[in-house]
Structure formats: C-alpha cells, structure tokens
Design a binder for this molecule. Structure first.
Ligand code: ASP
Length: 370
C-alpha cells in the first residue's frame, strides 16, 4: 500500500514536473491553487489610447461617415463596466489620431512609455487602443522594441463607438482578457479583434471595411477567444521583445526608409532614384511575385545599393516568402530578401536594423532572425 502510494505520488510529481517544464504558466496556476492569497490584488492593466475608429464618432448609428479619435479612454471604458472585474485598469491618452496619421515620433513615444510601464512591478500588462489602418505596423514596431514578457495587446474597431453593433467594446474587453491571461506571457506583442488573437509579425489588415479584417495569411492566428477564455494554438518562433537587440530608448529619429510599389510597365525607377538622391537610408521594393521587378527598376535599385542605400525585396502578393534564391540574385544586386514580412513590416525591420548596423550581411541575418 505504502509502495503504491509512494509510486503514485512520484508518478503524479513526475507528471506535474513535465507539465511545468513545458508550460511555466501551469506552475503559476498551481501556486494560485495552493496559496489563493498569493495574488491578493487583481492584475493591473494600463490602457494606452491613441485614437482610431474605436474612439470614433458617427453622425448616425447606421451610416458610413464618421470621424476617428473623438472619444477619450475613460468614455471607452465607461460602456464596459464588466471590464473592471478582469483587472484594475488605468488609462493614458498617448495620441488622438486616426492611425493613417501614425508616425515615427508617436511610435518612439509609445515604445518608450511602454518600456517604462512594463518595468513597473505593479503593472501586469498593457492594452493599446489604435486605429486599424496601421495597427499591424505599430504592433510589429513594439514587438521588436519593448523588452518584457508581460503581454502587450493592441486592439481597435471597424465601427465607430456610437454605431449600432459597435465592435470596439467587445474587442477592448477581450484585449484586457488576453492581457491578464498567464498564458499570454512571452508571446510578444499581439493584436486582438473579433474574438481572435494574432501575433504582431504575421497579422495584417486584409479588408477595407469588414470586422474580420485582421488575418495572418501564412499561419493563421495564435488563438481564439470565447467567453473570455483564450485557446492558444501556437507561439511566435522568431526573436522579439526580450530577445530583441533593438533599443529605441535613446533614439529621437529613425533611419529614413521608403517603400516603392511595383506595377506592370512601371516608371518606379523614378521613385527609386528620387529616394536615393534625397538621402534615404533604405528602400523596400514591394515587388511582383517572389520579389521581382521590371528590369529598369532593377537597374535603379542596383545604382542605389552601389551608393550605399539598403534595398529590401518584398512582395505585393500578400502572402508567401520572398526567398533568397529565385530570379534575382541578392548578392549581385546588393539587396536583402524580406522573407515572410510584408513591405510595411520589412520597412520597420530595416529601419531598426539600420539603428544597429550598416553591414549588409548583418542586415540579412536580422531578416532571417526577426
Ligand atoms: N482610419 C481609421 C484608423 O486607422 C480606421 C480604423 O480605425 O478602423 O484610425
């Protein structure tokens, strides 16, 4: 009997040790089970508001026209009193803009504020309300420049705050539910909308108006949310947050990188020449297919790389990777393949890479790592 007990106890222990080594959050849950007082306070979440349609106001509840960024963070929270059951919440207004006006100065301000708050012991996670137009860019920028395992979750809405069936309140509620979940630790920056959790690297706005606009074309979402329970399916594998070498705390200005878009019969060699002459540090070419371009544009890009401009080959297709081996030789052109990053995210990685190095091979390594 004694033997049976000790064997089953040891089996239980071994089983639990296995769970804990694979799932550190299980340890956290067990501590809470044994010592319910171990977390006597509710999680504390800070909401950083930047504007967008989630804070937008429409002339009519069912009409199409509205103005972004009219409603402050306290009024956004007032319509979802249940959110206070999930966490102690405070709000800060970082900006009041439609995210089409998002710029690098606001990114730097946001990243610096996120890092200050994430370093505080009494802050357990951050939620950022943001317009949907450039949310994927801000999310990826923060994914590479915040340094914490604590969750950082962006959310927004496709319908203004006073629209019939506004999607903002539920999105905000689910963003907070994601930020307080122990399972969200270490996943980097996330985007939560429409009952879905996306990773910052993969997510993109895919539809102009639909509430299911956010998608991750190559891999699908990280998880789904139902009745505030989050079911994760996968974890981001590339380097981010605590493993990132990019630190913008002392940076006031990011390197200048432009995007040039390919089309049949393109005259975009003009744009490449113009950016190179205007002193841009880098150009991302949103090319055809696997990062291809018209031969005249290729000549302009080659001239640019010879002048020291960093060129990244991305694709306008919307999914799939731009590979190092294909119709273009990056070694001959002096360019870097964007991999699975879309042009707007390749631009962000190039900007951050150029804050650290001007060495082309190191930039290539960064595009393989982040
Ligand atoms: N133009 C708005 C913005 O990005 C669209 C939205 O939020 O859905 O701020």
């Amino acid at each position: 009997m004694l033997l049976y007990e000790s064997t089953s106890t040891s089996r239980l222990y071994t089983k639990f040790a296995g769970i804990v080594s694979n799932r550190p959050d299980a340890l956290f849950s067990l501590i809470l089970l044994i010592f319910p007082g171990a977390m006597s306070r509710k999680p504390r979440i800070v909401i950083l508001a930047t504007g967008g349609t989630i804070a937008g106001s429409a002339a009519s509840e069912t009409g199409g026209s509205y103005t972004s960024a009219k409603i402050g963070v306290d009024d956004l929270l007032a319509v979802i009193p249940e959110i206070r059951h999930l966490a102690d919440i405070t709000g800060e207004q970082i900006a009041s803009i439609g995210s089409q006006d998002m710029d690098e100065q606001t990114w730097l301000k946001l990243a610096k504020r996120c890092n200050e708050l994430l370093a505080q012991d009494d802050v357990d996670g951050l939620v950022i309300t943001h317009g949907t137009d450039t949310m994927e860019e801000t999310a990826y920028f923060l994914h590479l420049t915040t340094r914490s395992m604590k969750p950082v979750v962006l959310t927004g809405a496709m319908r203004p705050a006073n629209a019939r069936s506004a999607d903002g309140p539920m999105n905000l509620y689910e963003a907070v539910a994601t930020a307080v979940s122990p399972e969200s630790h270490g996943l980097g920056v996330m985007v939560v909308t429409n009952d879905t959790v996306f990773g910052a690297r993969d997510v993109t706005k895919s539809c102009t108006t639909a509430i299911h606009t956010f998608q991750s074309p190559n891999f699908g979402p990280l998880g789904h949310i139902h009745a505030q329970a989050i079911e994760y399916q996968r974890k981001p594998q590339r380097k981010h947050t605590t493993e990132s070498e990019f630190n913008v705390d002392q940076i006031e200005q990011l390197p200048k990188v432009a995007i040039v878009y390919a089309h049949a019969g393109a005259d975009s060699a003009l744009a490449v020449d113009a950016f190179a002459s205007a002193g841009y540090d880098g150009i991302v070419h949103a090319g055809f297919g696997n990062g291809n371009f018209h031969s005249k544009v290729g000549e302009a890009l080659h001239k640019a790389t010879q002048k020291g401009v960093h060129v990244v080959r991305a694709s306008r297709t919307g999914s799939g990777a731009v590979t190092e081996a294909g119709e273009v030789s990056d070694t001959e052109l002096g360019s870097v393949a964007a991999g699975l990053l879309n042009p707007q995210k390749a631009r962000i990685l190039l900007q951050l890479a150029l804050t650290v190095t001007r060495d082309r091979e190191r930039v290539r390594e960064m595009f393989r790592a982040y």
